[in-house]
Design a protein around this ligand. Structure first.
Ligand code: FAD
Length: 415
């Protein structure tokens, strides 16, 4: 019997989150017979991140409820997990990863699934405040929950009105917090969506009692005996028992940079997720990659992208000839609103809104066009619009705008 192609090979994956874990299992499925090592500095067993700002924050059900895989699945698939271990450097000449504890591991194939970390801006006084937390890891949620439960006034200031800041606002409001969101831009979600969606979410939060303040540039943080204060450039001051920082993320690209890999807006990879060094691949939030559908280079922050690139890389590492070709999609849950977004709306010149709301429920979708080309769809409590939109964008179908704008007509007629 001949030895399988990968039997004696070692694959090391740095980062055991959505990208890394999906890759490890996909590799086994694709027939990789060598060793697979998943290394992560986070000491917790790998978990889903999206629930952190949503149900996991409000329910405190324990990490077991949001694990990416049951612990036994790693054993059954001979995937070695090295948790609480940080990779300090990559020696690509000798094909080694050097760990922070001084040990080294040899690899034949290396995959960077290192993701990103929250931006902590250098605001005056930031190092002096006791209860300021980012929202990226399970430990961040534990810290927020514990600080929140220990204070009586429950005043929360969230710096940044993007999806993560707003989801955190909705969750802490649900727990009885007196929540203020401070956004530097003139509208929330300015970086990621159109004014029509920003207005909807601003009203949704206001109706739920969250104080949303836009055009607020935070310039100083102060610790005093009654908690903390957040000071803005216009002189306004917001007292806070807990501050959550949600102003965006920065790619963990230093390991790649120091190893000499090509970097652009993230770690550059080709259509097979290979970096500029042979034997080194990268997947997920840390990658800068080409999107065939939109004919441009992108960096995406979404679970789906991490999973898609994991599948592509598993095929590439087992000598198939895959080509990454995926439509970006993303979701967000706030209160009783489930938002599903597909495609990229940048460059749109027309928006059509299809309103199917009832007295009890928001239900609508916004359709972004450039000329006749449908670029993206945002669907609020409307799975059908999301599914139909995905098909239409994927197939580049010309959409009948009269049918679309008339909620009496079935969306399926567009297919
Ligand atoms: C609160 C929150 C809510 C979200 N909600 C949604 C959502 O609703 N929908 C959606 O699509 N996406 C959502 N996202 C984004 C989604 O979680 C990310 O896109 C996804 O986690 C990316 O996966 P990844 O594997 O590329 O990177 P990450 O999840 O960032 O994982 C990277 C891992 O690498 C490890 N690592 C980095 N450097 C090293 C090193 N040197 N040594 C060892 N380990 C290292 C890190 O510890 C980390 O565990 C959310 C994110 C957050 C934080």
């Amino acid at each position: 019997m001949s030895t399988p192609l990968t039997a004696n090979k070692v694959c090391i994956i740095i980062g055991a989150s959505h990208g890394g874990v999906n890759l490890a299992f996909a590799l086994r499925k694709e027939g990789w017979e060598g060793e697979i090592h998943l290394i992560d500095k986070d000491p917790n067993p790998p978990y889903h991140r999206p629930p952190l700002s949503k149900a996991h924050l409000t329910t405190d059900d324990g990490l077991e409820k949001i694990l990416l895989k049951a612990p036994k699945a790693y054993q059954d698939n001979h995937i070695e997990l090295h948790l609480g271990q940080e990779v300090a450097a990559i020696d690509h000449v000798h094909q080694l990863v050097n760990l922070a504890d001084g040990s080294s591991k040899h690899y034949d194939k290396l995959v960077l699934a290192v993701g990103a970390r929250p931006i902590i801006p250098p605001i005056k006084g930031i190092d002096d405040v006791k209860h300021l937390y980012p929202m990226r890891t399970a430990d961040d949620v534990n810290n927020i929950r514990s600080a929140f439960s220990q204070c009586s006034a429950k005043r929360v200031v969230i710096i940044g009105g993007g999806y993560i800041g707003l989801e955190t606002a909705a969750s802490l409001r649900k727990l009885g917090g007196e929540v203020t969101v401070l956004e530097r831009e003139e509208r929330i979600l300015a970086r990621v969506t159109a004014p029509i969606m920003s207005e909807f979410f601003q009203k949704l939060h206001t109706d739920h009692g969250v104080n949303i303040r836009t055009g607020k540039n935070v310039v100083e943080l102060r610790q005093n005996t009654n908690g903390q204060e957040v000071l803005c450039s216009d002189g306004t001051v917001y007292p806070a028992d807990v501050i959550v920082m949600g102003v965006g993320i920065r790619v963990n690209q230093e390991l790649a940079e120091e190893a000499g890999l090509k970097i652009d807006n993230g770690i550059s990879v080709n259509e097979q997720c290979k970096t500029s060094h042979s034997n080194i691949y990268a997947i997920g939030d840390c990658t800068f990659h080409y999107n065939k559908h939109y004919d441009r280079w992108l960096r995406l922050e979404s679970v789906q992208n991490a999973v898609d690139q994991a599948k592509t890389t598993a095929q590439a590492l087992t000598d198939k000839n895959p080509e990454y070709d995926a439509l970006p999609w993303f979701w967000s849950d706030q209160y009783d609103v489930k938002l599903q977004m597909v495609g990229l709306s940048d460059g749109y010149d027309e928006i059509l809104k299809r309103d199917e709301s009832t007295d009890d429920q928001h239900k609508f979708s916004t359709w972004y066009f450039k000329g006749d080309q449908l670029l993206a769809v945002d669907a609020v409590n409307n799975a059908k619009a999301y599914v139909v939109g995905t098909k239409l964008i994927g197939a580049k179908t010309q959409v009948r705008k009269d049918v679309l704008s008339d909620p009496e007509q079935d969306l399926k007629a567009l297919l």
